[in-house]
Design a protein around this ligand. Structure first.
Ligand code: 5GP
Length: 199
């Protein structure tokens, strides 16, 4: 029997550098990335099916009605959601799957999959967060303001996560997450079924 893969949820405020860290994790080939559906408009460099599946509000609502999403949430005026089929398929094949999602979606997934490993990524300090958010130049002023406000609300929920990783350097953050995933395979709660054979 194939052992199920691990579901890894990575959250963190806009400007925490999640995107780059997740890209590096995927490059290492040890993980599959779930591509989300969103109603947000694509940024210049974003490609359909690579960064997101871009949907109209009606299309997104249809996905909710047809039970195609594992979770969904509204973030700064747009909808985001995780297509269910891809995630379930990869986990059943024994692959480790990463969801890069915000805090409300993360808590929905943790309810369905209590064994999911949740990681909250933060920049070294608030100044760095602002600098990264403004510096990447992908959002207008109003959106940046919304995202900064949302960032402080999201950080309040940090204690709900299993682990916190400080993204001081991308390489460090990637290594820390790899260590967390390796260690999680040996959590005692994963052995409750197996030890029944020993009785
Ligand atoms: P962005 O617009 O910067 O790509 O993403 C905004 C926020 O939405 C980020 O915190 C990102 O992690 C989150 N997000 C991306 N995809 C999903 C998803 O499928 N579900 C949820 N709940 N959040 C998502």
């Amino acid at each position: 029997m194939i052992e199920k893969g691990t579901l890894i949820i990575i959250s963190g405020p806009s400007g925490s550098g999640k995107g780059t860290v997740v890209e590096r994790l995927i490059d290492s080939m040890a993980y599959s990335l779930s591509i989300s559906a969103t109603t947000r408009r694509p940024r210049d460099y974003e490609k359909e099916g690579v960064h997101y599946f871009f949907k109209s509000v009606d299309e997104f609502k249809n996905m909710i009605e047809n039970d195609e999403l594992l979770e969904w949430a509204e973030f700064c005026g747009n909808y985001y959601g995780t297509p269910k089929e891809y995630v379930m398929g990869r986990l059943n094949e024994g692959k480790n799957v990463i969801l890069e999602i915000e805090v409300l979606g993360a808590s929905q997934v943790k309810e369905i999959f209590p064994e999911a490993v949740t990681v909250f990524l933060i920049p070294p300090d608030k100044e760095e967060l602002k600098k990264r958010l403004i510096g990447r130049g992908t959002e207008d002023c109003e959106t940046i303001e919304k995202r900064i406000k949302r960032a402080s609300e999201e950080i309040e929920l940090l204690p709900n996560y299993d682990y916190v990783v400080i993204n001081d350097e991308v390489e460090n953050a990637v290594e820390r997450i790899n260590c967390i995933v390796k260690a999680s395979k040996f959590e005692s709660r994963r052995y409750i079924e197996k030890i029944k054979d020993f009785k």
